[in-house]
Design a protein around this ligand. Sequence first.
Ligand SMILES: *Cc1c(COP(=O)(O)O)cnc(C)c1O
Length: 474
Amino acid sequence: MDIKSKEFRKQAHQFVDWMADYMDNVEDYPVKSQVLPKEIYNQIEDNIPSQGEDIETIFDDFKKIIMPGITHWQSPNFFAYFPANTSPPSILAEMLTATLGVQGMKWDTSPASTELEERMTEWFKNALGIPKNWTGVIQDSASSATLASILTAREQKSHYKINQEGFKGFTNFRVYCSEETHSSIEKGTKIAGIGKENVIKIKTDNVLRMRPDLLLQSIKQDIENGYQPLCIIAAIGTTGTTAIDPLNEIAEIAEKFNIWLHVDAAYAGSVLLLPEYQNLIKGIEKADSFVFNPHKWLFTNFDCSIYFVKDKNALVNTFEVLPEYLKTNTDGMVSNHCDWGIPLGRRFRSLKLWFVMRYYGLEELQNKLRYHIELAKWLENEIVKSTNFKLVVPRNINLVCFHFKPQGFSDIEELNKINEVLLQKLNDTGKIYLTHTKVKGTYTLRMSIGQTNVNQNHIKEAWKLITNKAMEII
Ligand SMILES: *Cc1c(COP(=O)(O)O)cnc(C)c1O
């Protein structure tokens, strides 16, 4: 009972109608799903149905069972974590990608997938200010890109011996990042066989930037103690607070000691499209690799992470394998992206980027990013003006980190408790969704403003809700 194209056409149109309605009505749903654990699970059958069912039935169950368990990442009232925003051109392109069902592992398996990817990474290289002699490739996630970077550093440093022989004689690597860097660094280091005890977390300054003086001290001490500094990871926009590590100073240290330097700009990388933020990556030419996620704050469906590397050959030498069944007669003439990262199979991700970039154009994208930053500035200003709320760290870009600090309250434990309660109350309303972090012991509410359709009204309403709910607590 395969679906005939005629049926498919009808169903697809119904789906598209549903999709368009969803976009129009996304604000009517509670932003954060309000279901309890196992509520969805218990509604799903125990086993694969023995007989096929029709799409209408499945679609009805999708609406009835699945939708209540959805947290609406595309709601303009979603301020949690970081955005994973999408846009109509991206969704349309994803429909085409799904239809083609292409595996872009080798050039031969779909030349357009490889070559459009080459072009898209060049577009971004130019637009973001990545050095001309670097090469880009699309990875599924920043976590994979960072793992690829650590593995490449490891192989380059060991002259590709670890790939060959295992860790014989290489048991003393060190990886450096700040206390604030993303968990993917620790994960990558574990997977790379270096060991999490060899991740050295450098203390940060009062605005949570890595302290280069302490980095230098750690490196010198490690060398004295017989360790081999392998890799430094600098964050341009940490996940907690979008702190910006001082790249240029870190890059000078990396260069002096010949240490691989990876730049994690997974979230904040988008802002480099704005010339006024180019100073954030001063020193990038001294680094070795860079990652940024268009799937966060650039209107492109998850997943799509762009990884740039200075020495393309080091990357390919780290990952290349060529079993008989993968040999083609274009090998050596073209890029085979399966050799540029971990998985063999690869989705045709460049298509959605091409659609999004062409649909908006650089200027409109820049306008959208600047608008989000303006909204964050407005909120920051309200917080600064208020007597009962305080910024926990100054705003960087479009994330505002603050806490409720009513007059007369100063005990940090008590304040932390109050803010935890406030966050819970806010998210329970279903009207907005925020998450938190801890900044040097202070429970901090994070409001990240980067949804495709967010506007001034959403921010005003959110702020009103936050102040009202806060007053209910004390
Ligand atoms: C989101 C984020 C990551 C992880 O990104 P994935 O693509 O989900 O792996 C890594 N680093 C930073 C700074 C991030 O913000």
